[in-house]
Design a protein around this ligand. Structure first.
Ligand code: AMP
Length: 276
């Protein structure tokens, strides 16, 4: 009896599309958390939201090669399948999907992004969002969920997926708040590539940007071009962009609607993104 009960609640690991279709047959009210693994509290918060709001939860782990515009970046991306599976088991996730590359890249049709969307990371990481949208298009066509949980840490990604794929698949794309360390750094798999002294710098940058956002909310003029140079010199970083944009249309310096301060920068060869 105990054995039967244990089987009933055990997480199912799905290694291909056939396993997936079989396991998800008849499952409604499914929440989906797509990830690239090396799970941290940011991912865990998405999973907890899904578990709270949906009857069943599926997490995928797939390091998508097509969204890396740099081969070295792809090969050094941290991977830790064993630890990930133990975290997911402890969280009592219902299904984990570990697709192989042939399950995902088995059709040619591609999604392209509009010229007007080529801002922020779309401008500085050529082909990145095409890679993200194409893998998500394939995942959503096989994992037929009701809701998809995504982090606001990657706000531009969340908005593009919501607008383009949320509509196409009639899926609710749920944005979840950014989880930060006590030192204000947004949790990210890429933080694992930085040593203590760089983490300290990244923390100071996050604290500064949080302050700048607060200043702007007090209707104070914040000269971002000045702060960009200041931060680059002080912390020896290279900033791709530092911009205020509104949440809905991602328009530059639109302070009339809800807005965020977006940054992407390179620190010791690692590219970090964040928004406040
Ligand atoms: P990744 O594994 O980096 O592709 O991320 C998978 C999902 O986790 C994406 O929807 C991310 O936006 C989300 N995520 C990553 N870091 C955080 C964070 N610090 N807080 C909340 N969500 C996050």
């Amino acid at each position: 009896m105990f054995y039967l009960l244990k089987c009933f609640i055990q997480m199912k690991t799905l290694l291909n599309k056939i396993d997936l279709n079989e396991a998800l047959f008849g499952v409604s009210n499914l929440g989906f958390v797509p990830t690239m693994g090396s799970l941290h509290q940011g991912h865990i918060s998405l999973i907890k939201n899904s578990k709270k709001q949906c009857k069943k939860t599926i997490v995928s782990i797939f390091v998508n090669p097509t969204q890396f515009n740099n081969k070295k970046d792809y090969t050094k991306y941290p991977k830790n399948k064993k630890k990930d599976l133990s975290i997911l088991k402890k969280l009592k996730v219902d299904f984990v999907f570990l697709p192989n590359i042939n399950d995902i890249y088995n059709f040619k049709r591609k999604i392209k992004i509009h010229k007007k969307d080529k801002i922020l990371c779309a401008k500085y990481r050529k082909g990145h969002f095409e890679g993200v949208l194409n893998v998500m298009n394939r995942l959503l066509s096989i994992v037929k969920s009701k809701c998809v949980y995504m982090g606001e840490k990657d706000f531009q990604q969340y908005m593009l997926i919501k607008r383009i794929l949320g509509k196409k698949y009639k899926i609710n794309i749920v944005g979840c708040p950014t989880i930060r360390e006590n030192n204000k750094i947004a949790l990210s798999t890429r933080n694992k590539l930085l040593n203590k002294s760089y983490i300290k710098k990244a923390s100071k940058i996050a604290i500064k940007l949080d302050k700048l956002k607060k200043l702007s909310k007090m209707n104070k003029f914040v000269d971002l071009s000045k702060y960009k140079v200041e931060l680059e010199n002080k912390f020896k970083i290279k900033i791709d962009y530092l911009e205020f944009r509104d949440e809905k249309k991602m328009k530059l310096d639109n302070f009339k609607s809800k807005y965020r301060l977006f940054i992407a920068y390179h620190i010791n060869g690692v590219r970090l993104i964040d928004n406040f």
